[in-house]
Design a protein. Structure first.
Length: 255
């Protein structure tokens, strides 16, 4: 049997002596998008950060348990930069580098040792994957900071995709966008999942409707410290209604 692309085994995240996430276990297969949903402050973003070791830079934060990528156990001794080539991450607020549009894609390729002759073709491929190529092909040398918010977020997704990751983590990627741009980005992510069958995705969202539209599976987090409450296929009868019922009346404006 093929190993899951990503597997978490009893993963806990602590800030000092306080547990934010306790004994979380899940698997995500290639070609699958798992929605991670739960009330404000339940630790969804902390869990994502632990997967590609963004937590390494947080004072007092420690992670226990096992994270498996392609059947291989990850360890704190492994190079974090190399890991982030395999596990990309996109944040709630667009964060393009203060460089030209094309250099936002050339830079990570250069950092990860991709030969120069391959960089521009891969950059174009990534920009096409997020529907941005036709919009920016005549101004690739202009600053990425001059793009609209939705374009910046698509550029950040392209910057992650250009490294051909095994896993893409999305931390509330629609939250800072207006409804029109958010709708376009949701359609884009669905298309990316279809066109990248070897990649697994996890998307944090506070919107049960987003989870219904985008995800193959739902993972609901709740409690203090947060624990996995249930994990189900979106296609199972009553799953989305049950999710929405749990979320009604909760403050979901954060993570």
């Amino acid at each position: 049997m093929t190993s899951p692309t990503l597997e978490l085994q009893q993963v806990s995240v602590y800030y000092g002596n306080q547990a934010a996430i306790e004994q979380a276990s899940l698997t995500v297969q290639a070609g699958e998008l798992m929605a991670l949903v739960g009330p404000s402050g339940c630790g969804k973003s902390s869990l994502l950060a632990s997967i590609n070791r963004m937590t390494d830079s947080l004072p007092g934060c420690r992670v226990s348990g096992t994270i498996m990528l392609g059947g291989e156990a990850l360890s704190a001794s492994q190079d974090a930069t190399a890991l982030r080539r395999r596990i990309g991450m996109v944040f709630q607020q667009p964060n393009p580098f203060p460089l030209s549009i094309i250099d936002n894609l050339r830079f990570p390729l250069a950092e990860h040792g991709v030969p120069r002759r391959e960089r521009d073709p891969r950059a174009e491929q990534a920009l096409r994957a997020v529907g941005l190529w036709e919009e920016v092909k005549d101004r690739l040398l202009q600053s990425a900071l001059g793009l609209s918010g939705g374009q910046q977020q698509r550029l950040c997704i392209a910057r992650a995709l250009v490294l051909e990751p095994q896993v893409l983590l999305l931390d509330e990627p629609f939250a800072s966008l207006d409804p029109v741009m958010a709708g376009e980005l949701k359609a884009l992510i669905a298309g990316i999942l279809d066109s990248h069958p070897d990649m697994a995705m996890i998307c944090v969202t506070h919107d049960g409707g987003d989870a219904e539209i985008l995800a193959n599976r739902l993972w609901y987090l709740d409690g203090k410290p947060a624990q996995l409450q249930w994990d189900s296929s979106v296609g199972e009868p009553g799953v989305v209604d049950g999710l929405l019922g749990r979320l009604r009346g909760l403050d979901l404006a954060g993570s």
